[in-house]
Design a protein around this ligand. Structure first.
Ligand SMILES: NC(=O)c1ccc[n+]([C@@H]2O[C@H](COP(=O)([O-])OP(=O)(O)OC[C@H]3O[C@@H](n4cnc5c(N)ncnc54)[C@H](O)[C@@H]3O)[C@@H](O)[C@H]2O)c1
Ligand SMILES: [Fe+2]
Length: 350
């Protein structure tokens, strides 16, 4: 779990104080900031000291192991060692920061650690500051990376942030579409966790709260306001806590295939899949459709049109490789339920 949590509007202002005890001699703190904030006032608010450096994270594409390796190597070349890394942005930037932290202290490539409990040593001190709510990357024990052969996280006890700063004011200017897609990632975490076979009281307690907050902001509120930003940030946190002790399910397993082959982004990919999952999550999908309508969102369709058999097979193999997700969703006998043919038919519908 994350060691320290601060929540509140304006809490970013406490960052200098938070970092101070973690500064090691003259080794710098690295601020890895989502490229959306290039030339934005946020950069002036960062408490730079000594050799501290701001790096703008290019998140045009979701994080790759090669990108992590290159960034970690350039920090080693420039500074030898660093005091810590602060990831400020959406799920992509936070995941990059977590992975770079780990690769500062582990040898080889990030690709060597894609899987469960493969990371050998703790990383450098790491802080997560979300500017977009929904992924739960701020609390999770994984960092999702696309590598040479798979899209899979570095899942380990060393992966969670040491500290997170939850300041909902940072999410004020997210475009409505992006806010919806990433927000739905959280909603889908809740549905998949609450309907999953891995469910337990720990996951349920967080999942139910997150679900209630998602439904409030995306269905019950008349218009988006500060309270919605406050609530969605807590929904993301609680949704992340819920899956931390259970698992995600069908939407994520299928969406990983899309993302690997077509580069479809996580939030929108989950929405594209969720639209067709009535058979697995009937009530969850009905409510999802109401949210899409209420928020005037267009979910893309026919994205798999014209793909070749080989391309379908690639997606199917990536997806079926996510065994814990399928087992959570469909139970121990999931392989009898979700056959290659059945999954192909589902991909064709997308
Ligand atoms: N580690 C985990 O547990 C976990 C869980 C779910 C998803 N993920 C990963 O998270 C990523 C998706 O994250 P995401 O949905 O947060 O999107 P993202 O981080 O990819 O960002 C999406 C877009 O929003 C922009 N953006 C970020 N903050 C903004 C702000 N305040 N105002 C305006 N624009 C802003 C970014 O520049 C980018 O263009 C994927 O790579 C996915 O694999 C990780
Ligand atoms: Fe997700």
């Amino acid at each position: 779990m994350v060691g320290y949590v601060i929540y509140g509007r304006g809490s970013l202002q406490q960052l200098d104080e938070i970092l101070a005890p973690h500064r090691l001699a003259d080794a710098p703190m690295i601020f890895l900031v989502d490229h959306f904030f290039t030339e934005k006032s946020l950069l002036q608010k960062l408490p730079l000291r000594g050799k501290d450096k701001i790096i703008l994270a290019d998140v045009t594409y979701e994080p790759k192991t090669t990108q992590v390796d290159a960034l970690a190597q350039s920090l080693k070349n420039e500074f030898g060692t660093i005091s810590g890394i602060i990831g400020i942005g959406g799920g992509s930037t936070m995941d990059l920061a977590k992975a770079i932290s780990l690769m500062m202290n582990n040898t080889g490539s990030a690709a060597d650690y894609q899987g469960w409990d493969l990371v050998k040593k703790p990383g450098v001190y790491k802080v997560g500051i979300p500017t977009l709510s929904g992924t739960g990357a701020e609390v999770s024990r994984t960092t999702v990376l696309t590598g040479p052969t798979k899209k899979l996280g570095m899942n380990s006890d060393f992966t969670p942030f040491d500290q997170i700063v939850l300041d909902p004011a940072l999410t004020a200017n997210v475009p409505a579409n992006q806010r919806f897609y990433t927000g739905m990632d959280c909603y889908i975490h809740c549905i998949e966790s609450l309907q999953g076979t891995y469910l337990n009281e720990f996951s349920k307690s967080y999942g139910e709260k997150a679900l209630q907050l998602c439904e409030h902001v995306f269905l019950e509120k008349k218009s988006w306001d500060e309270e919605c930003d406050d609530q969605l940030m807590m929904a993301s946190y609680a949704g992340g806590m819920s899956i931390a002790y259970s698992q995600v399910g069908v939407a994520h397993a299928v969406s990983y295939g899309l993302s690997y082959l077509l580069g479809t982004k996580h939030g929108i990919g989950n929405c594209i899949v969720m639209n067709h999952l009535h058979e697995y999550y009937p009530k969850g999908v009905d409510v999802f459709k109401c949210m899409v309508e209420k928020n005037n969102i267009e979910i893309p369709t026919h994205i798999c049109k014209g793909l070749t058999d080989t391309q379908f097979d690639t997606m199917i193999n990536i997806s079926l490789g996510m065994k814990p997700l399928w087992e959570n969703a469909l139970g121990k006998d999931w392989e009898k339920i979700m056959t290659k043919e059945k999954l192909r038919a589902l991909y064709e519908k997308l």
